[in-house]
Write a protein that binds this ligand. Structure first.
Ligand code: BGC
Length: 366
């Protein structure tokens, strides 16, 4: 008689069940690893796209580092520069730009981990005119600003400066030009004299009414720190990472500052005889105060700046005479300044992103 009991039927069934369970668990595991990996990669891409394009207008004013994806189209529509005479006439008829530009985005991410490329900066700033000039298209700028950068052997820093600053200055709706004043030869560096040269040369080109003097290695971390002039000479780099985001001392006037034409003339410009590092900015501060002016500053948050780290340049060693000179600003300033400036322009090169003026400023009187 055949055996009708279901004895062996359970054995293959439970084997199949176990195999299925293992396969399902494996698939679930695989899926979660894939999903996790996908989100991580997306985060990295998102962050790097942001780091490269954070300079464009963004709507969120409150977050320190906005994280949404940004429009990556360069500023063209609202800020393209007028080129023809008819357009220039039209510009003259334009209304003044707003006291506070509506294009500002607030805090910016500034970093120097990835190299930047001049060609990319050119593409990002199609509205620039030769020589690093820009004029807002839709309104008449409140000020005509020459940005003066004293320079020697800092090509890499200049690339970062141009990359970060052009979009910022355009969002600030300034009618501006960038002048890189390149000290010719091997003589000891003289920052303040180069700044005087920048002032004089920029005025030969255009009727600027405001002058911003900036070191090449300083980048503002907030575009509300406006590169323009105020009722009093302005200290712009008030909160540098190098000094723990505060002033190293109350009278500090270094890094980035701005003076109107009138303010600059009132103090007879800057000293010409500070060769080497240090003191010239203190002399400028003394000049300002001795003419009865004060210093205007943004608050510590808006005034944050990053400095590109570097070793001390050769031929820019600390100037041992600086303490003595600072002590005598009042006596020297009327005879040493823009009224006693002498130099020889070696070459002027017009680049899309800036005007380079190579200048022989001589040597210290020994
Ligand atoms: C120098 C200044 C310099 C400041 C901060 C002072 O001792 O005289 O020129 O900007 O230190 O480094």
């Amino acid at each position: 008689m055949p055996d009708s009991s279901p004895v062996n039927l359970n054995i293959p069934g439970s084997f199949l069940q176990k195999t299925c369970t293992v396969v399902v668990v494996f698939c679930a595991l695989h899926l979660s690893v894939t999903v996790l990996y996908y989100f991580n990669t997306f985060e990295i891409i998102k962050n790097s796209v942001f780091a490269r394009n954070q300079q464009q207008k963004h709507i969120n004013f409150t977050t320190v580092y906005p994280t949404t994806m940004l429009q990556i189209a360069p500023i063209t529509e609202t800020t393209a520069t007028f080129k023809t005479e008819a357009e220039e006439t039209k510009r003259k008829e334009l209304e003044q730009c707003a006291e506070t530009s509506p294009l500002l985005v607030g805090p910016l991410r500034v970093e120097f981990s990835q190299p930047v490329d001049l060609e990319e900066s050119k593409k990002q700033n199609p509205a620039l005119q030769e020589g690093g000039r820009f004029t807002p298209r839709d309104c008449k700028a409140l000020q005509k600003v020459a940005v003066i950068i004293p320079f020697r052997n800092r090509e890499e820093h200049l690339k970062y400066w141009l990359y970060y600053l052009h979009p910022i200055l355009q969002r600030q709706q300034l009618d501006y030009g960038v002048y890189v004043i390149h000290q010719y030869g091997e003589e000891t560096f003289n920052r303040a004299k180069l700044l005087n040269v920048g002032y004089a040369e920029a005025l030969k080109e255009y009727d600027y009414d405001c002058f911003v003097f900036s070191d090449v290695d300083l980048i503002p971390m907030d575009d509300r720190n406006i590169y323009k002039c105020f009722g009093q000479p302005r200290h712009i780099a008030v909160s540098m990472d190098k000094f723990g985001f505060s002033l190293p001392y109350q009278q500090y006037f270094g890094g980035i500052s701005s003076l109107s034409k009138e303010q600059f003339e009132k103090i007879n410009g800057f000293p010409n005889n500070y060769w080497g590092w240090g003191g010239e900015d203190d002399d400028i501060y003394n000049r300002i105060v001795s003419k009865g002016m004060g210093i205007s500053r943004p608050d510590g948050t808006v005034g944050k700046c990053r400095m590109i780290r570097h070793n001390r340049d050769k031929k820019n060693e600390p100037n041992p005479q600086r303490f003595d000179r600072i002590a005598h600003t009042r006596e020297t300033m009327n005879g040493d300044g823009i009224n006693s400036l002498s130099y020889k322009v070696v070459e002027i090169k017009k680049n899309t992103l800036f005007t380079e003026i190579i200048v022989d400023i001589g040597s210290p009187r020994r």
